[in-house]
Structure formats: C-alpha cells, structure tokens
Design a protein around this ligand. Structure first.
Ligand code: AMP
Ligand code: MG
Length: 486
C-alpha cells in the first residue's frame, strides 16, 4: 500500500505532444473538503484507505497541489452530439493529470473533472457542480459493483466556490480513473481535420497500449475495431439487461474501451418503460432506453467512418454488421440468467419479449421484479409479482409458459435462489436515492452519500438495516427532471 506522495507516474498520452492535448494547470476550488472516496478505487492505485482523510488528499484532488511528476493536459477531440457533428470539443472542464501505474503493472488515467477553464471550454466555466459530481461518483462505482464496465471514481471534493447554473451552486471536483480517456471523438477529430499522420500516431498508441493482442493480427487496426465493436455490444447488452440509461450517447462520450463513460443525466429504470427518456433535454428521445442499441450501432459507424483511412470500407461494414447479433446473444444470455435459466432454448427470446411487453403498461419495478422472482420457488414468486401487471390474463399465460420452461432446466429448484440473487440486484442507484443524498450534501452533510455508496458497493447482498434503499421511489421521486446541466 502506498501513501499519496508515493504514486508512480508514466504519462504516455502527454508524451504524444501538443497535437493531442494542451498543458493546463488545475484552477483550485476554495476550501476543498472530502465529500466521499471509494476505497475500492483507491486500491486500484494501491493507495492506503486512510489517505483519503489526510488534508493532502483534498488539496490534491481539489486542484491546490500537484505531484511533480503529474503533467496535466486537456485532450482535444470532437464528436457527433445528438446526431450533428461538432468539429471541436475537447476537455473543457477536465484535465488528464497523468497516468499512474500500480504494483500489478496496470496504468490508470487520473482525470480531474471540474478543474477549471481550458482552451476547449468554449462558453463554459470549466467547473462541475457538487450535484453532478456526486451522481457520477455513485454511478461509476455502482455500475462496477454490478459487473458493468465503467470508468471509476476515486473521490468527490466539495468546495465553497460558487458556480452559476439555473441557480447558484457550489463547485466540486471528481477524480475519475480509467485505463484510457480516448473516445470515439478523438478519432473523428483527426479524421475531419485531415491530419492523417496524427491520426496514425493516435491509432498506434491505442493499439499498442489497449489492444496489444491485435498487434499480431494480419490487419491490426481492423482487429482493434472488431474488438471495440465486441466490447460495445457486450456493454450495451449489460445496460439493457440492467435498465441503465446513459442519457447522452454522443460519440465524444463513447469510450474506445467499451466502458460506461461520461455521466450526465443517466438513470436506472424504476418501472419498466421501453421508451423511457432519462435526459430532460432530449426532446426527441434520441437516447431513450430502447434506442441505446441502434444508437450504439450508429456511433460505431461514425467511428468506422473515421477509420476509413486505415481500413477498407467493406471490411468496416462487415465488422459493423457483427454488432447487432453479438449484442443480441449477450443480451439473451444475461436475461436468461436473470430469469434463472441456465440453458438456451430457441424460444427464450420470445419469452423475454413477451414479459417486457406485459411490463410496459403496468407499474412493474424492473429491478425488484427479478429479485422477487428469485426469492421464492417459482409458483409462489409468480403470485407475488403478478399484482403489478395490468394484463393479468396475459401475465398468467406467460407464467404458465415460464413454469413449463424452467421445468425443462436440469436444475430448476436447487440453488435457484442463490443463483438468481447473484445476478439480480436488490439495490440500484435510483434517481431519488441520489437526489436525497445530494440534497443532504448540498447542506453540508455527506453521511448519506457515503452510506448510499456503501450500500451500492454490494448490490446483490441483502444488507441488514438497509431495506429503505431497496424501495421503489416515493411519488416525489418518480419524475425527477435531470437535464444536461452539470
Ligand atoms: P458533456 O456534456 O459533459 O459530455 O460535455 C460536452 C462538452 O462540453 C465537452 O467538451 C465538455 O468538456 C464541455 N463542457 C461541459 N460542461 C462544461 C463547463 N462547465 N465548462 C467548460 N466546458 C464544459
Ligand atoms: Mg462528454
């Protein structure tokens, strides 16, 4: 275990030079204080957990101090936002402080979000508010605990620095960890600005560092693109299976590693609704829950376009065509497990689709449905969940087919509860839970954020005294409006 001043840096992205990022120093926030830290994320850097409570921790991640080996840089990228191309985005309020490697030899990007203005800030103030920093922190760590690939969050540092959004709020900083911060939009930037040499340097960098297994393939860049398609298919299957809505799937928010990245107005589904739009600013529902699948495909095709200097169009098209079948195979696998099915049968897809169609008009809590289904033997469990459906006759027909289906499983009772509970969380990051924790934190009380974080670290495990965190939203918490403002 290390102390804060013992981190070892190796800033490989910074060494690519000024065509890729610009040197910028963090602009500190006033009276920095620890809001919440993740011990699990600290462990990725081999950091001693007690370090979070040292004054140096809040000073470092509040932008007041810097390691001498850190080389803070704002990265340049572009991207398609809501379908339209924006030629220049970049880190407008975040800095890649450097890359740290741990004892296991893994490199982690240290990215400080809310670190002040950069050449890419455009009209923005370079800041992040406490509310959105807490939301990103909780979501990153909650997704990871669910087994969904995500960037990680080391900590949130609060401050007394005022920032203006719809009302006056306080600035905060979030320290984000990821093996890479390269987005689809990085490749788009060099493609559309016609800088083939820089684009090749970027592609080589990503290939060597993040897709080393592709280097020995006959066409390394094509193999890398294929891997990006595969990872995204798997990621989106997990989002859909667990009801996670990203909210702003612009290509600048898509990681080349296929991890959940750049959190804004995200949400987990409470009641199942295929058309759910979590982003209040998304009038057209471009990024609705069910659109996430075609949008991921669309984003991959935008990346493919940017890779045309390296890879033939037919090869890109052939690889892109893998996305939907791969997605579907992963999704079905996950949903079977959620339903307690171990084997695959031809008609499982229909069984799952019928269930979701029955859920649509009712008020069926998407998380608790699966949890309750596994809680008791299937016959009893079906009676418990039945009440929330509108089409009761339809549900009963589905229940008969489901019972017949599990009767064909080799092991349909033994271990069913443990098996299902191991994949069906009891606790998810519901918007209302986040909201409650944020309101307390805005009043200076960080206990609720910390408690919620602890609960979400073990989503599959029933935790004594924490029943309140498994409840459906109260009336006020059902229709919280979360916009892009952050
Ligand atoms: P996001 O919606 O957070 O993915 O951000 C989209 C783009 O706007 C990125 O280039 C961000 O760096 C930039 N941006 C967002 N908020 C701010 C802000 N408060 N100040 C400066 N740039 C920002
Ligand atoms: Mg972004």
């Amino acid at each position: 275990m290390k102390a804060l001043d013992e981190l070892i840096f190796d800033n490989r992205f910074a060494r690519l030079g000024d065509a890729f990022s610009t040197s910028v120093l963090p602009d500190p926030i006033a009276e920095p204080r620890l809001v919440v830290a993740s011990e699990a994320a600290m462990a990725l850097l081999d950091l001693e957990p007690t370090e979070a409570h040292s004054p140096m921790f809040a000073e470092l991640f509040g932008g007041h101090k810097l390691w001498s080996e850190a080389e803070p840089r704002a990265m340049v990228y572009s991207g398609h936002q809501f379908g339209g191309y924006n030629p220049r985005l970049g880190d407008g309020r975040g800095l890649l402080l450097g890359e740290v490697y741990n004892d296991a030899g893994e490199h982690w990007d240290l990215h400080l979000k809310g670190a002040g203005e950069t050449p890419y800030s455009r009209m923005g103030d370079g800041r992040a508010v406490l509310r959105s920093s807490i939301r990103e922190f909780l979501a990153s760590e909650a997704l990871h605990a669910l087994g969904i690939p995500s960037s990680r969050a080391l900590c949130v540092i609060g401050s007394s620095t005022p920032v203006w959004r719809e009302t006056q709020e306080r600035a905060a900083m979030l320290l984000r960890l990821a093996p890479s911060h390269v987005r689809f939009g990085h490749f788009e930037y060099f493609y559309y600005t016609r800088q083939p040499e820089q684009q090749r340097i970027l592609a080589e960098h990503v290939l060597k560092l993040h897709f080393p297994e592709c280097q020995t393939e006959p066409e390394p860049y094509l193999a890398m693109f294929r891997s990006i398609v595969e990872r995204n298919a798997e990621l989106i299957a997990l989002w859909q299976a667990y009801g996670f809505c990203h909210g702003v799937m612009n290509t600048d928010n898509m990681s080349i590693l296929g991890i959940t990245f750049d959190f804004g107005p995200f949400a987990f589904l409470d009641d199942f609704d295929a058309n759910f739009i979590c982003n209040h600013s998304d009038d057209q529902g471009r990024y609705s829950y069910s659109n996430q699948v075609p949008i991921a495909h669309w984003n991959l095709s935008a990346l493919a376009q940017a890779l045309t200097p390296f890879i033939s169009v037919p090869a890109l098209q052939e690889t892109l065509a893998l996305f939907l079948p791969l997605y579907e195979a992963h999704y079905l696998h996950l949903m079977r497990r959620r339903l307690g099915l171990l084997r695959a049968e031809e008609d499982d897809k229909v069984l799952i689709e019928r269930l979701l169609q029955l859920m649509q008009p009712g008020a069926v809590d998407y998380t608790l449905f699966f949890r309750k289904l596994g809680d008791q033997p299937a016959e009893q469990a079906l009676q418990v969940v039945r009440d929330d459906f509108v089409d009761l006759a339809g549900f009963d027909r589905w229940a008969v087919d489901y019972l017949a289906r599990i009767a064909r499983e080799p092991d349909n009772t033994e271990g069913r509860r443990e098996r299902m509970h191991a994949v069906n969380p009891l606790y998810i990051l519901r918007n209302y839970l986040a909201q409650r924790a944020i309101e307390a934190a805005e009043g200076g009380d960080y206990e609720e954020v910390r408690r919620l974080h602890q609960v979400l670290c073990k989503p599959f495990e029933e935790q004594p005294g924490m029943q309140a965190y498994a409840e459906r939203p109260p009336e006020w918490g059902k229709h919280l409006e979360i916009s892009c403002s952050s």
